[in-house]
Design a protein. Structure first.
Lengths: 582, 164
């Protein structure tokens, strides 16, 4: 790496030649405030919060986009810089809806933090205020344009990273708004509900549709048997909401907290992930052996499913017919579990704690109600669970560790790794290879499908069969992969697609880390590390060896892919218009 | 919203065919969105949802982006335009020289809001950005005619010329 010598605030530092001034300052432990900047996602120098003086430059320059060069002299704390930043911030605040006390992002708001850090005591400008309608028509995402600071991070995420393009910057001048085409509500545009826009929003302009009250009501209703299940990615991120380091595993405390909140049983969605592997593995083997439609593409990610329904309807027959794990679990709880415990299924209320906003939309799909009742009644995000725990006055950090409840709380490591990109693929290979070869494999860790490469490929020899597999995470990568298959340039048997970059650990319902952290720490790999640690610590690491899965098939479903399984565990998909005619 | 009520240019089919030709022409050109929108507006007179949808699909650009560009430039219109398009310049020089009062006068005389079109399809009214004739401020255009150094009392006489 070529290095250059520069001076920042009279400190001499040597930094890589491809650094920006912002990166160089960071290396020198000098904090430059930012607002629109988010590394690799939004580097546009638009908000002017990061201005610095550069010797010889005509005016103040935006540090986030200014490249370093040999001999550059930078001053980050001159009176002119301080004044410019303050005035800029005051102007941004002048038409910001300052309802901080009741804002969902209070204490986790980048704008609020800037106002504090820059010691803003008074906003001198009384600007005209926007009074735009709040869009809460989507079951997953709420948009409040009156809180928007027009940083464009959400637009960049939606359009460039996810290749969805449901929102963009519209109008100009004071009327500039981040909005949809023709200002349609989010449920009438091709938004896939992934919620990545929420995770990058510095303020409270984007948030999940909160469903906490429905859960409080259910918990208070003595007639209901209220069950909760938690997805694998929740346990490696929930701790962040309580001040723990990124990548902390809080499985035991999370189960304790849910018990204290009053759920009748706390189950593990990983158990259903194991069930998914049994069904999807069987589907894969059948399709390969019987000349079925290939490649088979995973169906766990509801953001991906809606993206496919909108943009790639020609691949709908490639999608696995398996419901996503938590939906399978809901169906099992309202059939097998209810029957076994003598509970009327209409009195079983299933809550899913998910790292995901798209699951809220998924839970409302009419086809996901095989028992006659919605498989899942309410989906809460990791963030909403944290809010409930706080509201209930539970001291999370002091909670004892607790195990998931029987009989549906036992899972394998294969179920856990569903939370990271490549995990479903790896879990499936662990099972399919043993089913096909009839032998127990020694090495069950498949590194080719792990990690953060956008599209990962692997060729695996299993029982005399060469299985060609690919894994894509983030919808932009999914699009690239599908276009390659469409063009006839790839012949895979099995593909895993997750809508969110990094998979569920970085889902749209996960704790929000500000740009100051997110830009320099890869949340995806830190949380994924915890997922793989959790897998390693599990006594059982293959789905087909989970005794509870064996019990389920023995007592209820018969065999994977059987009649009853099809009735309760599988679904179908529908082509969707991007902008339906009115 | 429908594209079928425009009176200014030929039948629906021929317009749609023209649009397809425009899209084909620019399909593989980078940055083609603005020229395509220009030519499409020449064909339809304005850019309703259906037209923007076809452009978005044809150029493989999200509809939200197309809409963003259309709403950014005052030259593009979401609504049908009148036979005579009145544009009142609201650039800095014109604004300082009183174009706000000129615009108000047009609104009053035509019974229109900015962006509207009279029910007989004759006049549409818009406020636009600087048209580069600051020496004539405040300035307006009606189709290709330019009127400068105006005061509100001039408006009635100007409108008379177009009423025939």
């Amino acid at each position: 790496m070529q290095m250059v010598n520069i001076t920042i605030d009279n400190c001499k530092v040597q930094v890589p030649a491809n650094y920006t001034v912002l990166e160089a300052a960071r290396q020198a432990n000098i904090d430059i405030p930012t607002l629109c900047f988010l590394k690799d996602i939004n580097e546009v120098g638009a908000c002017r919060m990061c201005v610095v003086e550069i010797k010889g430059a005509r005016s103040l320059q935006a540090a986030c986009v200014y490249p370093v060069a040999e001999g550059l002299e930078i001053y980050t704390q001159t009176p002119a810089v301080r004044e410019a930043r303050k005035v800029t911030l005051e102007l941004i605040l002048s038409n910001h809806e300052k309802k901080c006390l009741t804002c969902v992002r209070s204490e986790n708001c980048e704008l609020q933090k800037l106002a504090k850090d820059l010691n803003i005591k008074d906003i001198r400008f009384e600007g005209e205020m926007s009074d735009l309608p709040v869009d809460d028509f989507s079951p997953s995402i709420v948009r409040d344009p009156n809180k928007c600071v027009l940083c464009r991070r959400c637009v960049s995420m939606c359009k460039s990273i996810q290749s969805v393009g449901a929102i963009d910057v519209t109008e100009r001048g004071f009327r500039t708004t981040v909005s949809t085409a023709f200002n349609k509500p989010l449920n009438e545009v091709p938004c896939v509900n992934c919620g990545q826009c929420i995770n990058v929003c510095p303020v409270g302009a984007l948030r999940e549709k909160e469903d906490i009250d429905k859960v409080w009501d259910a918990l208070a209703n003595p007639e209901l048997h209220v069950l909760v299940q938690t997805a694998p990615a929740v346990r490696v991120a929930l701790g962040e909401e309580f001040g723990m380091p990124i990548g902390s595993r809080v499985t035991g405390k999370m189960v304790s907290a849910l018990s204290r909140l009053g759920f009748d049983k706390v189950f593990d969605t990983d158990t259903a992930a194991d069930l998914t592997i049994m069904e999807e593995g069987t589907e894969l083997i059948n399709r390969i052996k019987n000349g079925g439609k290939l490649p088979l593409i995973t169906s766990c990610s509801p953001g991906w499913i809606k993206f496919c329904e909108h943009n790639y309807p020609e691949f709908l027959d490639n999608l696995s017919s398996c419901k996503s794990p938590h939906e399978m679990f809901g169906a099992v709880l309202k059939s097998y579990y209810a029957q076994k415990n003598g509970i009327d299924p209409s009195k079983v209320f299933v809550v899913s704690i998910m790292p995901c906003t798209a699951k809220k939309f998924e839970a409302q799909r009419p086809e996901l109600s095989s028992t006659g009742y919605a498989d899942v009644d309410v989906v809460l995000t990791t963030r909403e669970l944290a809010r409930m725990i706080k509201e209930a006055g539970i001291d999370f950090n002091a909670l004892p560790e607790k195990q998931f409840d029987d009989p549906m709380g036992e899972a394998s490591g294969a179920g856990v790794i569903f939370g990271a990109t490549g995990g479903v693929m790896e879990a499936a290979i662990r099972t399919v290879s043993e089913v096909l070869s009839g032998k127990s494999a020694d090495n069950i860790e498949y590194n080719d499908v792990r990690g953060l490469e956008g599209i990962k490929e692997a060729t695996i020899e299993v029982g005399g069969l060469t299985l060609k597999a690919a894994v894509a995470h983030g919808l932009g990568n999914a699009k690239k992969l599908l276009d390659k298959i469409k063009a006839g340039d790839a012949d895979y048997h099995f593909i895993e697609i997750m809508a969110c970059p990094g998979g569920c650990v970085n889902g749209g319902g996960q704790p929000i880390q500000p740009s100051q952290i997110r830009s320099w720490t890869d949340l995806r790999s830190e949380r994924a590390k915890a997922i793989y640690e959790e897998d390693k610590a599990m006594p059982i690491r293959k789905s087909h060896e989970n005794p509870k899965i064996k019990m389920l098939y023995d007592e209820y479903f018969g065999e994977p892919g059987g009649h009853k399984a099809h009735e309760l565990l599988h679904t179908h998909y529908t082509k969707r218009e991007n902008y339906p005619e009115e | 919203m429908s594209a079928n009520n425009c009176c200014c240019c030929g039948g629906v089919d021929s317009r749609d065919q023209k649009l397809q030709e425009i899209i084909e022409k620019y399909k593989n050109t980078e940055g083609a969105l603005v020229p395509v929108l220009h030519e499409a507006q020449e064909v339809y007179g304005y850019l309703p949802l259906e037209v923007q949808k076809k452009i978005a699909e044809g150029l493989n650009v999200p509809l939200a982006e197309v809409y963003g560009v259309v709403t950014f430039y005052t030259q593009f219109s979401l609504n049908p335009k009148g036979k005579y398009k009145i544009q009142v310049c609201m650039g800095t020089a014109c604004y300082v020289k009183g174009s706000g009062a000129i615009l108000e006068k047009f609104k009053e005389k035509l019974g229109l809001d900015v962006g509207g079109c009279t029910s007989d399809g004759k006049f549409s009214l818009e406020a636009c950005r600087c048209i580069g004739a600051c020496g004539l401020a405040p300035v307006i255009t009606i189709n290709d005619d330019v009127y400068g150094r105006l005061v509100p009392d001039d408006i009635e006489g100007i409108l008379e010329k177009y009423k025939e």
